[in-house]
Design a protein around this ligand. Structure first.
Ligand SMILES: C[S@@+](CC[C@H](N)C(=O)[O-])C[C@H]1O[C@@H](n2cnc3c(N)ncnc32)[C@H](O)[C@@H]1O
Length: 278
């Protein structure tokens, strides 16, 4: 097949800033508090010190930065979504934090020199980068030798009751929509996660499954929270339009009322990978 006729490689819509700009307010209101549980667990293991210079790559609304800032000397937080950064700045200012600097940029090309930081994270960030290994290598470059990092990514959907339930609702709307199979070439595979970090310049790598509970007041609130706070559902809503999305929401609510009778909490599992810059 001539090269010009070859199918273009699939592009993840979440690898551009627009969907993150779109979801930013909802994400801050619904998702941040939940994801902060993973950050809280993870940064405890990084053993932050008051003289640490800390970097947060793909910081979103400041989920991890807001937790780390009171514990360290300084935080540099970077994201490519202007709206996420606007909210992150607002959150830092509301919390009275004066040691956080926010930067608009690409996590694959960090605007910092070598060994600028003692500790660093990218929570649920690099998995969206078109070249996540480049993101890992960049993080390795800006961390000093001996410095510690934490990178998180989602475990396979079938390990999380929250995700299984969400896909149940999506399949009720459109039966051709099936739960995605495990992708063993992605960070869903802890062996791949470990190997990619090692090849990026980190040693003593461990990858730990961490389960947190997602709490909600009602089946409808579970769906509505996901729609407000999850970028893929925000994109779906935009694609199908408000009228069609209202119809789909009715189906989802009805499905969830059956599936979640008496249930107000579901589990979500992430892989937290820790490493030390060699
Ligand atoms: C799921 S959110 C995670 C935000 C935050 N770290 C947290 O734990 O809540 C993913 C974030 O990655 C950012 N992002 C995705 N690709 C990026 C890239 N190439 N460079 C910088 N930021 C990126 C998005 O804008 C979004 O804020």
């Amino acid at each position: 097949m001539p090269a010009e006729n070859a199918p273009a490689p699939a592009v993840n819509p979440l690898s551009s800033p627009e969907p993150w700009d779109l979801v930013s307010e909802g994400y801050d209101e619904t998702t941040r508090e939940f994801l902060a549980k993973f950050s809280e667990y993870g940064i405890e293991k990084l053993e932050l010190r008051t003289d640490d210079r800390f970097i947060d790559v793909a910081c979103g609304p400041g989920t991890t930065s807001l937790l780390a800032a009171p514990l360290v000397r300084s935080v540099d937080a970077l994201d490519f979504s202007p709206e996420m950064l606007r909210i992150a700045r607002r959150n830092a200012s509301d919390a009275g934090l004066t040691n956080v600097t926010f930067h608009e940029g690409d996590g694959q090309d960090l605007p910092f020199s070598e060994s600028s930081f003692d500790k660093g994270v990218s929570m649920f960030g690099v998995m969206f980068f078109p070249d996540r290994r480049r993101g890992m290598r960049e993080l390795a470059r800006v961390i000093r030798p001996g410095g510690k990092v934490l990178i998180s990514s989602w475990a396979p959907i079938d390990m999380s009751s929250a995700m299984r339930t969400l896909f149940g609702a999506l399949s009720a709307i459109d039966p051709s929509r099936k739960m995605p199979e495990r992708d063993i070439s992605s960070l869903e595979n802890p062996e791949v996660f470990r190997k990619e970090l090692e090849e990026s310049g980190f040693g003593s790598v461990t990858v730990e499954p961490v389960e947190m509970s997602l709490d909600f007041e009602s089946p409808e609130a579970f769906w509505d929270g996901m729609v407000r706070g999850a970028a893929p559902l925000t994109l779906l809503r935009k694609r199908v339009g408000e009228e069609e999305f209202a119809r789909q929401t009715k189906i989802a609510h009805e499905y969830l009322r059956g599936a979640l009778r008496g249930v107000n909490s579901l589990a979500s599992v992430a892989y937290l990978a820790f490493g030390e810059k060699i």
